[in-house]
Design a protein around this ligand. Structure first.
Ligand code: GH3
Ligand code: MG
Ligand code: MG
Ligand code: MG
Ligand code: MG
Length: 314
């Protein structure tokens, strides 16, 4: 049984997921003071199965954006009462996350300066009315593809290449918000540090590829057991987990369940069949910062190693 998994498997899966995303999952906000113009654009978009919502002016658009945080594309007219297209684009860029949101400006004025102005105010693209449907569709799919590509790149910067789990940098970044949420709601925050046992031996005895395979198998078990929580590969064979809302005994039970599940599965490879294990520490606090939690969990982890490995201490 040869362990031969493509290092590109993860990226391939992401690409596939992207291709399988259908247009009806993509929400487009059409902003125009002319009901006829909105209807025309809606029809074009719905022909391609996009999920369309409408706003009749800038204020309405801002409100719709707040109600629908999953809008991926805004198509906005320039000449509108109360708030023109430039002002709206400014407001959207000021109020909402720039990532994952494309804006296309529209105008019936025959002025080349408008497109430059729209883009200066934060739009991604511009179209003159009237337009050919072919051009409309091209601009839309190009802009949506561009934001998806950026998201994909951002996501892979947060991921560990081998396991697909979050990496150390992402873990520390995201942990701030998780801890803030815990403090804000006064719920217990449990933190666990996990280190695979005798990993150097696994590498030396079965080979580095088998070591990699064990890491992937562990990551799969972790994904199953910890899906509700923030977790990551924070080092070579070291993993971290923040369990918001679990007190120490519940967190300990979860990590020990993870340990049993991992130890219970046989690893089969060319060199034979074996069982891998890990040691872990679990600490709980209401208001510690991530570094304090990390250090305390690391101490418990060290004690678990000293005490013979394959155990979780809390
Ligand atoms: P302990 O039970 O005390 O944790 O012993 P250990 O052998 O697991 O600990 P040690 O820190 O001595 O060794 C960790 C090893 O993990 C050393 C390193 O080569 C290996 N390692 C780190 N990252 C990877 C990886 O991505 N793939 C593989 N195959 N091995 C890795
Ligand atoms: Mg108008
Ligand atoms: Mg280690
Ligand atoms: Mg180790
Ligand atoms: Mg070690």
């Amino acid at each position: 049984y040869v362990v031969k998994e493509s290092r590109h498997a993860y990226h391939y899966a992401m690409k596939l997921a992207r291709r399988l995303r259908t247009n009806h999952e993509i929400k487009v906000l059409v902003v125009d003071d002319s009901a006829m113009s909105r209807k025309h654009i809606r029809n074009l978009l719905e022909r391609q199965l996009y999920n369309v919502i409408e706003a009749e002016d800038g204020f309405d658009a801002i409100e719709q954006m707040s109600i629908h945080p999953d809008v991926r594309l805004v198509i906005t007219d320039f000449e509108m009462p109360n708030m023109d297209g430039f002002k709206l684009v400014n407001e959207i860029r000021r109020k909402f996350d720039k990532r994952g949101l494309a804006i296309i400006g529209l105008s019936s004025q025959e002025s080349g300066i408008l497109s430059a102005q729209f883009i200066k105010h934060g739009a991604n693209d511009f179209l003159n009315k009237p337009f050919y449907p072919e051009e409309f569709y091209c601009r839309i799919s190009q802009n949506l593809e561009a934001i998806e590509l950026i998201e994909e790149i951002e996501d892979s910067a947060n991921r560990d290449y081998l396991t697909g789990l979050y990496n150390r940098r992402a873990f520390f970044e995201f942990s701030k918000q998780v801890l803030r949420d815990g403090w804000a709601h006064s719920v217990p925050v449990s933190f666990s540090l996990i280190d695979l046992d005798n990993f150097k031996h696994i590498n030396d005895h079965y080979g580095h590829a088998v070591g990699d395979y064990v890491l992937k198998r562990f990551a799969e078990v972790m994904q199953r057991y910890c899906e509700k929580f923030l977790f990551a590969r924070v080092g070579g064979e070291e993993f971290a987990l923040i369990m918001l809302g679990l007190d120490n005994s519940k967190a300990l039970a979860l990590v020990d369940g993870l340990r049993q599940a991992f130890v219970g599965q046989a690893i089969e490879c060319d060199g034979g069949t074996f069982h891998a294990s890990f040691s872990g520490g679990v600490v709980t606090d209401l208001n510690s910062n991530i570094d304090a939690l990390y250090n305390r969990a690391d101490e418990l982890l060290y004690r678990a190693k000293e005490a013979g490995r394959n155990m979780v201490l809390g």
